[in-house]
Design a protein around this ligand. Structure first.
Ligand SMILES: [Zn+2]
Length: 199
C-alpha cells in the first residue's frame, strides 16, 4: 500500500506551524504549516503551498498533461494520479529510446523505484494541486505552435532559455475537468515502466 501526500495549502490557522505564544505548535496541522483540511474557508482566503524546487517550472510543449498528448489520447492509460509522475526531459535514454534514471531508490516494501534527482512533471503537479492544466495543446519539440512561434528542441527548452522563469500557470483549457476524470490510476506493475516510457 503506497501513500502519497501532496499538500495544496498553507495552514490557515498558524504561521509556519506556530499558533502563537499561547498555544505553540499548531493543533490543526500538527506544526507542519501545511494542510489539505481547509473546510469552512473560501479559496480566496487561503494561500497555496509553495511549489517545491524539484517541480518543472512550466509544462513542456510535449507535456503528457497537455490536451492532445498521446497519453491523454489514450485516455490516460499511462498517466498516474496516485503516484508521482516525472518529466522525461533530461532523463538518460536507453535501448529503444526508453527513459532511465541514473539513480533509483526503492524503500523496503515498495513496488516501484523512485528516480532520484529527476524533475517532476509540471502538468501532473498542476493536476494534483488544483491548478489549471497547461492551456496550449500538446506539440512535439521543434514544431510550430498555433501562435507561429517555434518551440526550442530538447534540453534548451528544458532550461527555459529565453522565457520568464516563474511564469504563472497558463489558462486552463475548457475540458480540464473532463481530463481529470480521464486520468486513471496505474496499477503497480505499469507504474514502474511508465516512468521510463512516458514524457
Ligand atoms: Zn497549522
Amino acid at each position: 500500500m503506497s501513500e502519497m501526500i501532496v499538500y495544496r495549502w498553507l495552514c490557515p490557522f498558524c504561521i509556519n506551524g506556530d499558533m502563537g505564544p499561547e498555544v505553540g505548535r499548531c493543533l490543526h496541522c500538527t506544526g507542519t504549516g501545511l494542510t489539505n483540511d481547509v473546510g469552512g474557508f473560501e479559496e480566496h482566503e487561503l494561500t497555496r503551498a509553495p511549489i517545491p524546487p524539484g517541480i518543472m517550472r512550466r509544462a513542456c510543449t510535449d507535456c503528457a498533461y497537455r490536451s492532445g498528448s498521446p497519453e491523454l489520447e489514450a485516455n490516460g492509460a499511462q498517466l498516474p494520479i496516485d503516484a508521482p509522475f516525472w518529466c522525461h526531459h533530461g532523463m538518460t535514454t536507453g535501448y529503444g529510446g526508453s527513459y532511465n534514471a541514473p539513480a533509483l531508490y526503492r524503500p523496503d516494501g515498495a513496488t516501484k523505484d523512485i528516480p532520484i534527482g529527476e524533475l517532476v512533471c509540471a502538468g501532473w503537479w498542476a493536476l494534483k494541486t488544483g491548478r489549471p492544466l497547461p492551456a496550449e495543446d500538446f506539440r512535439e519539440p521543434g514544431t510550430k505552435g498555433t501562435d507561429g512561434t517555434q518551440s526550442l528542441a530538447g534540453k534548451t527548452e528544458l532550461s527555459g532559455a529565453g522565457e520568464p522563469a516563474a511564469e504563472p500557470a497558463e489558462l486552463v483549457h475548457a475540458d480540464a475537468s473532463h481530463q481529470v476524470s480521464a486520468v486513471n490510476p496505474l496499477d503497480d506493475h505499469h507504474a514502474a515502466e511508465e516512468m521510463r516510457r512516458c514524457p
